[in-house]
Ligand binder design. Structure first.
Ligand code: SF4
Length: 347
């Protein structure tokens, strides 16, 4: 009797993994839950190529959960600098401290307990529990969705509630018994290296004879894309205030982008026009540093930044202002746009 499409898919995928999967990543096959968790948090919304060096730096500086839990927020945020989505970094610290205090330093492996940790949703809990303990939970990320949509011909976006349910259910239904660790890794690797978003390797693909997308000429239209809302433009004007060889920085505390990071004091405007005045930060007008428009693109926002400078003889009252030596600026974790600016001016 011919194999069902689902059995064929799983069998061929595992065969591909055994014979042809050459993807190397330092956390692959890792059984230390702390290291698996670290890699998963770093890889949330980050490409493997970008996350690799961060994973290595973190493992090097914080080889176990105690080292991370006992580190200062500023040190950890500094190490995270450039990776973006800083809520992940705050969650990282909170989780490490929870594991140390509540779980006596033993990282949980069970899906349900993992879900109680900050920053751990169903995907991350499935990945950690399956990789660490072979728990029967399917991972569903962008790679998995693409492979399933193309092979099985699923014509709906995964971004809405119904679509998400369809993909979650299918992924869970086909998960082979007792092989979740190897299978989950295999399907993600397959999506990243064979069934890629652009120019998938259909000509040599082990699934080609029964692949819906290939046989129906639908490879480029699957998976169905979700229409993304337009990004919101935000205009930030940062001021480099010098007072007796020191410069003022403030920590972003409000629930907004870059929470917990440091920056120069700033004014936000609703359009790209210069602010008419810089009150309540300053009573006199600073000068534009130069004509450079710095931008940083985030998931839902595009940040436009301009930089100004002023040297003052009377120390201005700046709420939560921290006056530091200019040389110390690079010791504080800052948003990418500020790091870029500081690099430019110190060239
Ligand atoms: S044949 Fe092409 S589209 Fe189908 S699973 Fe293989 S790589 Fe993906």
């Amino acid at each position: 009797m011919p194999l069902s499409a689902r059995s064929y898919f799983v069998q061929q995928l595992l065969r591909w993994n055994r014979l042809a999967n050459k993807r190397h990543m330092p956390w692959k096959g890792e059984k230390d839950v702390y290291k698996i968790w670290l890699s998963e948090i770093i890889l949330q919304q980050t490409r493997v190529e970008q996350g690799l060096s961060y994973y290595e730096k973190f493992i090097n500086d914080f080889p176990d959960v105690h080292a991370l839990a006992n580190a200062s927020d500023t040190r950890v945020m500094k190490l995270w600098e450039g990776l973006g989505y800083y809520s992940r970094c705050r969650n990282l610290l909170q989780t490490a401290r929870m594991v140390q205090d509540i779980y006596e330093g033993h990282f949980p492996k069970s899906y349900e307990t993992l879900l109680k940790l900050p920053g751990v949703g169903p995907y991350t809990a499935a990945a950690i529990s399956s990789f660490a303990a072979n728990a029967p939970y399917a991972v569903v990320d962008g790679n998995v969705i693409r492979v399933l949509a193309r092979f099985f011909g699923i014509n709906r976006p995964a971004g809405d509630a119904v679509g998400k349910k369809v993909f979650d259910q299918l992924a869970q239904d086909i998960l082979p018994n007792g092989r979740s660790a190897v299978y989950n890794q295999a399907i993600m690797d397959f999506g990243a290296t064979v069934c890629k978003p652009a120019a998938p390797s259909c000509g040599t693909c082990m699934l080609r004879s029964r692949c819906y997308a290939l046989n129906q000429h639908a490879v480029s239209s699957l998976p169905v894309k979700r229409i993304r809302p337009e990004k919101k433009d935000r205009y930030l004007h940062f001021i480099y205030i010098q007072y007796k060889g020191k410069v003022c920085i403030v920590q972003r505390r409000q629930k907004d982008i870059w929470q917990g990071l440091y920056q120069l004091p700033a004014i936000e405007t609703s359009s790209k026009n210069f602010p008419a005045h810089f009150r309540p930060i300053l009573t006199s007008q600073p000068k534009l540093w130069d004509d450079t428009d710095y931008t940083q693109v985030l998931t839902h926002q595009k940040i436009h930044a301009r930089f100004y400078r002023i040297s003052v003889i009377k120390k201005p009252e700046i709420q939560d202002g921290l006056w530091i030596n200019e040389k110390e600026l690079n010791e504080f974790p800052m948003p990418k746009v500020l790091v870029h600016f500081l690099k430019n001016i110190h060239k």
